[in-house]
Design a protein around this ligand. Structure first.
Ligand code: SF4
Length: 242
């Protein structure tokens, strides 16, 4: 298996719909920022964010999703990940929880082998207990302009947020596009009892990633939130496979 593999679809129950695998690289965002990692990016999403940086995983109006989907057996993914000389595996998307039942054996095998597994999710799906026992969650509810394409009732799911918070294994990472977004973050944290809040700039250029937080980082810190950059953008300008 090579990074960026793309072949036809035709998924069976023991396979995952994968967009790409890549690494070793570094986790570019959040509490594990800078840690060496490999990534598994899954297809499909249940939201339609206009500013999404991975629309090729879900937007059938612009991309041939069938051609971009590789149906990969879980054992092959386990073998590939364990052959990499890193202890962090990040499962991202798209929205990985759409395939969460098929994710269980992958996450369990990697965890049993001593790998830390982080799942990046938009926080709209209640996680299965089997996942909560083995994975860590980087949860990114959508707020402000970033979330404007979908109604709040679709992108904010209280039961899912509450369950993720209760796992004790979740951080909540919000993309901030303007300082006012922090009010939404504070409201959601209060309404849903979210702790470990991280604020992150939008942007696919180093200038965006550096300049954006200058307008809101002090306010975020004062409110008790953490601030993360996007290291992969600073290093590689958001190049594919990094
Ligand atoms: S939830 Fe994430 S993957 Fe889905 S459309 Fe929004 S930004 Fe893209």
């Amino acid at each position: 298996m090579t990074a960026g593999t793309v072949t036809g679809a035709g998924t069976t129950p023991d396979q995952l719909q994968v967009a790409e695998v890549f690494g070793p690289t570094v986790q570019g965002e959040g509490p594990s920022l800078g840690r060496r990692a490999v990534f598994v990016r899954l297809m499909r999403c249940n939201l339609t964010c206009k500013r999404c940086d991975t629309p090729e995983t879900w937007d059938a109006s612009r991309f041939d999703l069938h051609a971009r989907t590789t149906s990969m057996p879980v054992p092959d993914l386990v073998s590939w990940a364990l052959a990499q000389p890193v202890d962090l595996v990040v499962i991202t998307g798209g929205e990985p929880f759409i395939q969460q039942r098929r994710l269980v054996p992958l996450v369990q095998a990697l965890s049993d082998a001593g790998r830390r597994v982080e799942i990046e999710t938009n926080g709209t799906v209640v996680p299965l207990p089997e996942l909560a026992a083995h994975a860590w969650f980087n949860v990114s509810p959508k707020v402000g302009v970033f979330g404007a394409s979908d109604p709040e009732s679709k992108r904010i799911k209280p039961a899912a947020l509450r369950t993720l918070q209760q796992t004790g294994r979740a951080v909540f990472k919000f993309v901030i596009t303007k300082p006012d977004d922090l009010d939404d973050v504070a409201r959601l944290a209060d309404e849903h009892g979210l702790t470990s809040i991280w604020c992150m700039p939008e942007g696919t250029t180093p200038a965006d990633v550096v300049d954006g937080p200058r307008a809101w980082a002090d306010d975020a810190i004062a409110r008790g939130f953490h601030v993360t950059t996007r290291l992969h953008v600073l290093l590689w300008d958001d190049a594919p496979g990094r």
